[in-house]
Design a protein around this ligand. Structure first.
Ligand code: ADP
Ligand code: MG
Length: 613
């Protein structure tokens, strides 16, 4: 839409770029400039008055007004008057004044009266980047139902928004926004955000479109794929058919079986080549082994720092760590990134570019269909950080999202909040587990001692464990030997002491217990990731949240909640969603009206009106 220069300047002062955003800058308050013949206590009111006298004291001015609409006099009081305020009152002149009516012992006065030229209206007051009268005029001139409709806002919502700016008497009676207005604001806010996301998405031609079948492969597996694995694989299958390079994020809890989705995708692409990047050598190795096992007809290879620089072009499925980024890669129809949140955005896009062909240009959806010069691989990212369904739906405006919310086996993990006096019992439990040849992970908040934290660090605590238990292993995020320690622990360890950094990834099949020290300090999503490490092979698992806090509603709720997606919603409720938006567009938190935890219905409506469904 074309904006005049003047409007453009004003929009930029307000930090907005559309009429929709203008509509969202609703008034802070309203002033009622209608004359009333009754005096009402504790209310701002307009009077039609003649100044009878003005009396100045050091810190106040007192004015006697004869109020024509009341038919009697009242006193006006200005506290700490500024020089310009004085000029409003000259004895004998008749004007309109607006101020707060306050009464004491039957004596009423008008406090901080100010001269007003407009009479008879309800005037909206704005607190924004423009002076309220300038803003008022801009709104009057620019904000119309037609203009909002032009930007895609449904007319009933546009009307509701306009009513907030051009207020009537009814709105003055309300202390807070009515449901209808609130819903309209939520809708509009989300609409505006998702529309931008949608416009930002760029489309490319794929290197290859295929109509591939995965069912024969699925039948060859030793187990039946879960419903959501199938649904996700079919999402991807549909992507591959299209004449647009896919861009999809697959989100599923730890243990939800994302590897099978990776393998199905590589299977469908076949000899047109797939490349898969994983964050650690151990993970890459695990994925490689599974690929070799389940994709016997593909030539699979593993690329790490240690592997020889052989020619990769003869392989169908190249799996590796970020070492891939430094190798010459053949053009590949599919690029995948596992545990995507553990890579930087840069690393991810470099990989994608390495295997693209032609000149780098960006296209909108319609242009992409005609552009021949630039082709991209299909791009799939896998994440083990569950996000709330609402967020997934919002993100779908610029990236397709598949959620895997169930796991192949239901995990049997007991979660419990424990305190200092439960320690003895905890040690007994740990001893019993070790006797059963199971393993225990103990997570400490810090590596070295801290003055401020009331919990032990790894350094302080390790002596106790090493003295009382055999086969105790210690590692932490900055430990260069971390991967090796984990591998050794997997084979020979009983107790692993670490910080939270020992994230998802390497599977520890015998791990049945995790103890998280200072659990209240962590976001629920992080706690859930840590809990997800135990019981990965169906053994009975235990998660102990050790805290000095006597009670915590947040931890109590966590204990009851099993699904990562529900946890993500809880995290939102407790407003600790920082770590949950990582890797996504990160802007999800800037909403004033829209509520992630509550407003699924609104997302659906917005998606519909943006034709995203
Ligand atoms: P994720 O990568 O999502 O954390 P994995 O792909 O590593 O999870 O799967 C966890 C475990 O579940 C693996 O041992 C895998 O072989 C197994 N698995 C995957 N899908 C199924 C299924 N449909 N039925 C039974 N087991 C499955
Ligand atoms: Mg995985």
């Amino acid at each position: 839409m074309k904006l005049s220069k003047d409007v453009k300047t004003k929009f930029s002062k307000l930090g907005i770029s559309s009429h929709t955003e203008l509509a969202l800058l609703i008034p802070n308050s309203y002033e009622d400039y209608r004359l009333n013949d009754k005096l009402i206590e504790h209310k701002h009111q307009l009077i039609d008055a003649t100044v009878e006298s003005v009396f100045r004291a050091p810190n106040t001015i007192q004015i006697t007004f004869f109020v024509h609409n009341f038919g009697h006099s009242i006193t006006g009081v200005l506290f700490r008057p500024k020089p310009y305020m004085m000029h409003q009152f000259s004895v004998g002149s008749r004007d309109n004044y607006y101020g707060m009516i306050e009464c004491k012992q039957g004596q009423c006065s008008i406090v901080m009266p100010k001269k007003i030229s407009v009479v008879g209206d309800i005037v909206a007051k704005y607190k924004c980047g423009l002076r309220t009268d300038v803003m008022g005029r801009l709104i009057k001139k620019e904000l119309t139902v037609e203009k909002l409709e032009e930007e895609g806002i449904p007319s009933n919502i546009a009307q509701t928004l306009l009513a907030l700016h051009f207020a009537n008497a009814e709105i003055l009676e309300q202390d807070e926004l009515d449901t209808k207005s609130l819903e309209a604001l939520k809708f509009t806010e989300l609409f505006s955000y998702m529309k931008l996301l949608k416009e930002k998405r760029r489309y490319f031609k794929p290197l290859l479109s295929v109509n591939a079948d995965y069912t024969t492969w699925a039948k060859s597996l030793p187990f039946v794929l879960t419903e959501e694995q199938v649904k996700t694989i079919e999402d991807i299958q549909n992507d591959f058919i299209k004449d647009i390079a896919s861009k999809r994020m697959i989100v599923g809890d730890v243990g939800s079986g994302k590897t099978m989705v990776i393998l199905a995708s590589a299977y469908m692409i076949g000899t047109a080549k797939s490349i898969l990047m994983a964050p650690t050598t151990i993970l890459a190795q695990q994925l490689y082994e599974e690929a070799v096992k389940f994709l016997p007809n593909l030539k699979v290879t593993l690329v790490t720092n240690k592997s020889k620089k052989a020619d990769l072009s003869e392989y169908d499925f190249i799996i590796g760590t970020h070492a891939l980024l430094y190798r010459e890669l053949p053009s590949a129809a599919l690029v995948m990134v596992d545990e995507q949140h553990r890579f930087g955005t840069k690393q991810r896009s470099v990989l994608e570019k390495l295997v693209s062909e032609g000149q780098h240009l960006k296209y909108s959806a319609s242009e992409a269909l005609n552009a021949e010069s630039y082709k991209k691989p299909h791009f799939l990212q896998f994440s083990a950080t569950p996000i709330p369904r609402t967020l997934a739906m919002i993100e779908s405006a610029h990236i397709d999202v598949s959620l895997i919310t169930t796991t192949p086996f239901t995990k049997d993990i007991d979660s419990k909040v424990i305190h200092k006096n439960d320690f003895k019992e905890l040690v007994q439990h740990i001893k019993a587990e070790i006797k059963k040849n199971n393993q225990v992970l103990i997570v400490y908040p810090l590596v070295t001692q801290s003055e401020v934290l009331e919990y032990q660090s790894i350094e302080e605590a390790r002596a106790y464990w090493e003295y009382n238990f055999d086969n105790v292993y210690v590692t932490h995020g900055k430990d260069k030997e971390k991967e090796q320690v984990l591998l050794d622990f997997r084979e020979k360890g009983s107790v692993l002491i670490s910080t939270t950094v020992v994230e998802v990834g390497i599977s520890l099949p015998r791990l049945t217990t995790v103890v998280i020290v200072g659990a209240e300090r962590l976001g629920l999503s992080t706690l859930h990731q840590l809990r997800g490490r135990v019981s990965r092979t169906g053994l009975k698992g235990y998660c102990y949240l050790y805290t000095n806090q006597s009670s915590s509603e947040r931890l109590d709720k966590f204990v009851e909640t099993k699904s990562g997606f529900d946890i993500a919603n809880l995290d939102l409720k407790f407003r600790k969603s920082g770590d949950l938006l990582k890797g996504l567009s990160q802007s999800g938190n800037q909403f004033r009206w829209f509520d992630f935890a509550e407003d699924v219905k609104i997302v659906k409506e917005v998606k519909k009106s943006l034709l995203l469904e």
